[in-house]
Every structure is written in C-alpha cells, then in structure tokens.
Design a protein around this ligand. Sequence first.
Ligand SMILES: Nc1ncnc2c1ncn2[C@@H]1O[C@H](COP(=O)(O)OP(=O)(O)OP(=O)(O)O)[C@@H](O)[C@H]1O
Ligand SMILES: [Mg+2]
Length: 374
Amino acid sequence: MSKSVGVVGGGQLARMMIPAAVNLGLDIRVLAENEGDPARLAVTAIGSHLSVEDLLRFGKDVDVLTFDHEHVPQAVLRELVAQGVNVQPGPDALQFAQNKLSMRRRLAELGVPIPDWAGVDTVDELAAFLADHGGAGVLKTATGGYDGKGVRVVRDAADAADWFEAANGETLLVEELVDFRRELAQLVARRPSGEIAYWPVVESLQRDGVCAEVIAPAPNSAGRIADVAADIATTVAESLGVTGVLAVELFETTDDRLLVNELAMRPHNTGHWSIDGSTTSQFEQHLRAVLDLPLGATGCRDDWSVMVNVLGGPLEGSITDRYDVACAEQPTVKFHFYEKAPRPGRKVGHVTSGGDDLDDAVYRARAAAAFFDN
Ligand SMILES: Nc1ncnc2c1ncn2[C@@H]1O[C@H](COP(=O)(O)OP(=O)(O)OP(=O)(O)O)[C@@H](O)[C@H]1O
Ligand SMILES: [Mg+2]
C-alpha cells in the first residue's frame, strides 16, 4: 500500500508537492480552507488549521502530517502528537519558525551568527536599543509576519507607538539594521533518523519585503560562503531537530559575515528553482524527508538557474490569456502558476530558466515573467 501524507494548508507549496507525490506513488491529501485553494487537486478535507477536531479527523490515519504554512498553534500541534499523529516537523522544532523572538533566543544560545537584537515592550526600550545601534533598527512582530508584513525600519522610536499599542502586551523584536551586500538562502532537508542533504546556497532579491528573484547557486559563493552557509543550516537543522525542508534566510554583510535572518520549516520560495534546476526538488525532498525515506541528490542540472516570481498578475484579462505568447516567445523557460486570483503584490506564479550563461538566463526568466505583469 502506498504511504500517505497529509498536508495542512492548500496554498502553492502544497500544490507543488502534488506532482512530486504522484511520481513517488504517494497518497497525498490536503486539508484546505476553501475548495478552490491552489492545491485543489489533492484537497480531501475542508477545515481550519486552528481546529483540533478538524486536524484530528484529517490526520488520524495518514502516515505523516506536514504543512504548507507555519500557522498551526503550538497547543494544537501538541494535542495532535499526544493523540498519536506523526507530525513532521514536530512542535519542538516548529516553535522556532513560528516565533521570531524564540528563534533569536535559541540561535543566540547555539552561537549561530545573528544580528544584534532585543525584545522590547515599550517605546523607551526601543529608543534605548536604537541609541545603541546608530539610531536605526528593524522592528518585527514576533508572530504572524510574512512577505514583509510585520517588519518595519524605525529611525525614531516614537514612530512605532502604534505597533506597541497594537501588540496588546506581546513583546516585539528589534534588530540592528544590517548593512548587507545581498540576501542568501540555504535550504537543507533532514529526516527524523538524521540524514541531511543540502542544495547550493542561493541569492535572493527582495522587493518591498517580498522575494522577487532567486539565482542558484549564488554568484561568487563557491568556497567559504557556500561552506559557512551549509554549516549554519546543518547546525540549525540538527540542533533544533528540524525534519523536512528547512530554509535559512541569511544576510551577507558588507564586511563579509553571514548572519541568519529567519527560519522557515517547509519548502520555501527561494527553493522553487529546484523543481526544474536540481536532481531532487525541494517538494520531493520534503516528502521523502518527512516520511523518513532516503533523500535524493541535490546537484544542479544547469550551471545557473534563475527563478522570477510572478507578483500580482495581469490587471486586465487572465494569466491563461497570456500563455500563448509567453510560451511561444520563451520556449526554454518553465512556467508555474498557482491558479490564484491576481491581486497586487500577490505571488501567483513563478518562472525558471537555466543555462550556462547567467546573464542570458536572467534575461529569459525576466522576459517570461514580464508577460504576466499589468
Ligand atoms: N535586521 C534587518 N536588517 C536589514 N534588513 C532586514 C532586517 N530584517 C529584515 N530585513 C529585510 O526585510 C525583509 C523581510 O524580513 P523578514 O524575513 O524578517 O520578514 P517576513 O515578512 O517574515 O519575511 P518572509 O516573507 O520571508 O516570511 C528581509 O528579507 C530583509 O530584506
Ligand atoms: Mg523573510
């Protein structure tokens, strides 16, 4: 009998696990909030990720329960484990992807390089931190942020008074404003029994707090940068007991250090290139890892892979209206759409190009994505 995987959440990450599951002969089932969610082809239950009952009904007879997002509360996760559900990654690991303060505290204990940070409860505490850090900082909500929401650069503590009010007693995180040359991401996968595999470190370009483009591997990273990034991610995966895919977002500072920005314990936007560009995609690897199956090779199929997000989508007409011309003009580019309604800034798809000439691969991916703008 084929092994079964239950995925909580029906977004694009769950969607992209489906072809990998089909190829591996797995029985993939998705718990979604709406029937029309991107992973609709594998949706077997409609329910809430906040409801113990919905999750138990969905998760009680799958071999492993895993996630499209990190929003299942700790208390719910722990109840599922207590009821015998095989939850991967488990709550002890996931807490550090759910709460940025817990993450900073734990990484500091481990001696992993991170920006200077503090937990702050008042404007005065924030002002004191800013004064110690050149007058600027990045204020973050500990929970609930994504795509740059819940992240704000502050130069005057008084400007953040509204955030302390809205925080309702929840401590905020402040970090030094890191002077970075670029952002990198290191993805690894780990099985419960310990095997680890990592892809090459990639460069990610963020626009307005949202991932816009990824180059794999990161240019000029061979040697020290690649080694340090892999070492950091391996340490984090092992020390926190992460299973499945772990994404470690990194800053490469202007003085050549690598600092951890944040952690995600699931497939990540900076790993989408691996569908077309690696022997084993992050989605296949996530499924193998959470099921404790042997991991696949993570080498690159091309010298360079370039992934460009389709953000927002066309203001007029639909994505499908534009396929013909986009596919005809860029036959070497791989198109991935999530069947989400276009909305400004929303991640509705991505494209990937590969080849031995980086400039050419960048050009082709950008040109292909541009067919779906505006
Ligand atoms: N301490 C910092 N110094 C400088 N820039 C920062 C800092 N922290 C975050 N940023 C910038 O803000 C972006 C978003 O921050 P972060 O990754 O913490 O937020 P997020 O909304 O949880 O992101 P994601 O979309 O990855 O879930 C980062 O990718 C980076 O460009
Ligand atoms: Mg981030």
